[in-house]
Write a protein that binds this ligand. Structure first.
Ligand SMILES: Cc1ncc(COP(=O)(O)O)c(C=O)c1O
Length: 336
């Protein structure tokens, strides 16, 4: 379909994929940059949730498709406004997922040079988006002993920083500004939309989202409890695990600085089949097309409430992204 489509329609009119490459221009604006990106994501009531009133916060409704947009927008605009970086500073980050897409898009709108360390496991769609939005990429091809590219990507970032000038490492794994970003955006928004919630369930990986949302619940949310949801195979709660995981965005091979800074109330670890079953349930019973970590969060919240005998509570589930980006793996059974 892809090749045929271009042959039938686009090539004739001179629109070839190579022509889509973005030519970054530096926008004139320096003030009120946040206004460009003002967005509130929906909080949707689920039809049924085992005796509890559950709502799902759809972060996939952000401009570039994930919760990571919040972080890229908040941190980059703050750094520019405070003069910690200039329009000539090169922003570097390690990501084969949503953070890379968000930084590439937001960085382009702000006129910043963005370089993303990706790895060969990156989906074609994410690589297409990152490069089409105008970011440079450095691709890592050697996995570490756990089959993960994370450590190799981080090593490459460090080498890059040492050999280049005027570079800022965004560092979602350790930058305290990342935590502040989630606290002041999605975290504050949840507290305002659901001030009487009892629990918030959040996926954990590099740790920024849960750390920020936990801070927001303490600051704005009158003690709403926060539960981290992780995937079997992650080393965050089980450093010696040998389990292999396949979902992306969740299931970290390191316990990052931002994970260590996160102060949440409890955690639960969920297996992959339960996460994927929860995704299909959301699709068919709730008409929600969600990304893999969201399946983990839904399954985790359900199990947590059942195991603790909790009924009649108001709970919020944070969904990081939509299913579109995973149609050819998580949802492949529907696409042949
Ligand atoms: C889809 C998805 N879910 C969950 C997470 C976890 O968020 P954090 O890295 O802030 O812990 C990420 C992070 O990349 C993600 O992309």
């Amino acid at each position: 379909m892809g090749g045929n489509f271009f042959e039938k329609v686009c090539n004739k009119s001179g629109l070839a994929p190579s022509n889509l490459r973005h030519q970054a221009k530096k926008p004139e604006r320096t003030k009120n940059m946040l206004e460009d990106f003002k967005i509130t994501t929906p909080l949707v009531r689920l039809n049924g949730f085992a005796g509890n009133e559950a709502y799902i916060k759809l972060e996939g409704s952000n401009l570039y498709g994930s919760a990571k947009d919040r972080c890229a927008i908040y941190v980059l605009t703050k750094l520019l406004e405070e003069g910690a970086i200039t329009r000539d500073t090169e922003i570097v980050e390690s990501s084969s997922g949503n953070m890379g897409v968000a930084l590439a898009a937001v960085g382009a709108r702000l006129g910043l040079k963005i370089t993303i360390m990706i790895d060969e496991s990156i989906s074609k769609l994410n690589e297409f988006l990152i490069t089409s939005f105008g970011a440079n990429t450095v691709k890592i091809t050697e996995a570490d002993e756990n089959g993960s590219y994370l450590k190799a990507r981080l090593r490459t970032v460090r080498e890059y920083i040492e050999s280049h000038e005027d570079v800022y490492w965004f560092n979602q794994y350790g930058n305290p500004l990342v935590i502040e970003a989630y606290r002041e955006t999605v975290g504050k928004e949840i507290a305002q939309q659901m001030p009487d919630a009892d629990y918030v369930f959040v996926a954990i990986s590099s740790g920024g989202t849960i750390a920020g949302i936990s801070q927001a619940m303490a600051k704005y949310g009158q003690g709403i409890k926060v539960v981290a949801v992780d995937l079997e195979g992650s080393k965050i709660f089980d450093p010696n695990t040998k389990a292999i995981k396949h979902l992306t965005g969740i299931g970290s091979s390191i316990r990052s600085d931002n994970v260590q800074r996160a102060v949440f109330d409890d955690h639960i670890v969920i297996d992959e089949p339960s996460s994927i079953q929860a995704l299909y349930d959301m699709l068919q019973k709730e008409q929600l097309f969600l990304g893999g970590s969201s399946g983990c969060v839904v399954a985790g919240a359900e199990r947590y409430m059942q195991e603790h005998g909790l009924q009649g509570k108001k709970i919020v589930l944070v969904s990081h992204d939509r299913g579109d980006r995973y149609f050819n793996n998580l949802y492949s059974k529907y696409f042949g």
